[in-house]
Design a protein around this ligand. Structure first.
Ligand SMILES: C[S@@+](CC[C@H](N)C(=O)[O-])C[C@H]1O[C@@H](n2cnc3c(N)ncnc32)[C@H](O)[C@@H]1O
Length: 224
């Protein structure tokens, strides 16, 4: 189920590219800056400031692989910090590799490997480097299961509740909580009160944090 035909490349305000989906009427990242958003929410709040138990490897789950920017920045972080990472992500509407090439994320980040991530076989763990094992699964989050409370950090990067209300519910967050380790963190760009409420109902302790430029707050939920 590919979703590339109608996508448009856009330039965001920090000089990095992103995509606009007319189908969802949504951008893949903040128009104020895709790079600064990914670094601020997922790498800084999600990884650098992760206070949970130190597992080796650190287990990361991403909802919505999309362009692969978060995965690429996580690969870079793993090498910079010599941390071993097991990365699992889901994607319901995969992009064509050539769509992602047009975003020049390897030049932007100085990190090679995006093509490997984009072209990885679905559902097969890929040792991208000795520090980074990567698995992407072609499925809807709603259909994804994992048989234990496993992941330390969850990057929750769905399209906005306005267009995907079904992904920001108490039921979905309870499903995610079931495969999140105790003390694990879920980070997301959306700080709406309905999202905070749904996270709390699913057993996360919710913190509001300052957002990247152009966004007042983002959320971190800690699984109790
Ligand atoms: C806001 S974009 C973020 C993409 C990605 N994290 C990035 O940095 O490019 C949301 C992503 O979630 C995917 N998606 C939408 N609905 C989904 C679902 N039900 N299950 C899994 N992925 C979904 C979209 O195709 C898109 O790639």
């Amino acid at each position: 189920m590919e979703h590339s035909a109608d996508l448009q490349v856009i330039l965001t305000k920090d000089g990095s590219y992103s995509l606009y989906s007319p189908h969802f009427d949504q951008f893949y990242h903040s128009i104020h800056g895709s790079l600064q958003e990914s670094l601020h929410i997922y790498i800084d709040l999600g990884l650098r400031r992760f206070k949970g138990p130190e597992t080796q490897p650190l287990r990361i789950f991403e909802m919505g692989f999309g362009t692969g920017l978060n995965a690429l920045l996580t690969l870079q972080w793993a090498h910079q910090h010599q941390r071993s990472v097991q990365y699992v992500c889901v994607e319901a509407y995969p992009l064509l590799p050539q769509t992602v090439e047009a975003l020049h994320y390897e030049n932007l980040t100085g990190q090679p490997g995006l093509q490997l991530l984009q072209e990885a076989a679905w559902g097969v763990p890929l040792p991208v480097s000795p520090l980074f094992e990567f698995t992407k699964i072609a499925t809807r989050l709603q259909d994804f299961t994992w048989n234990e409370a496993f992941f330390d950090v969850i990057y929750f990067d769905a399209f906005a509740p306005r267009v995907q209300p079904e992904l920001w519910t108490h039921e979905i967050f309870a499903q995610v909580a079931a495969f999140t380790a105790t003390g694990g963190n879920l980070v997301t760009y959306c700080a709406k009160s309905i999202v905070q409420r749904a996270l709390r109902q699913a057993g996360f302790v919710v913190e509001k944090h300052p957002g990247p430029h152009g966004k007042r707050h983002v959320l971190r939920g800690i699984k109790g």
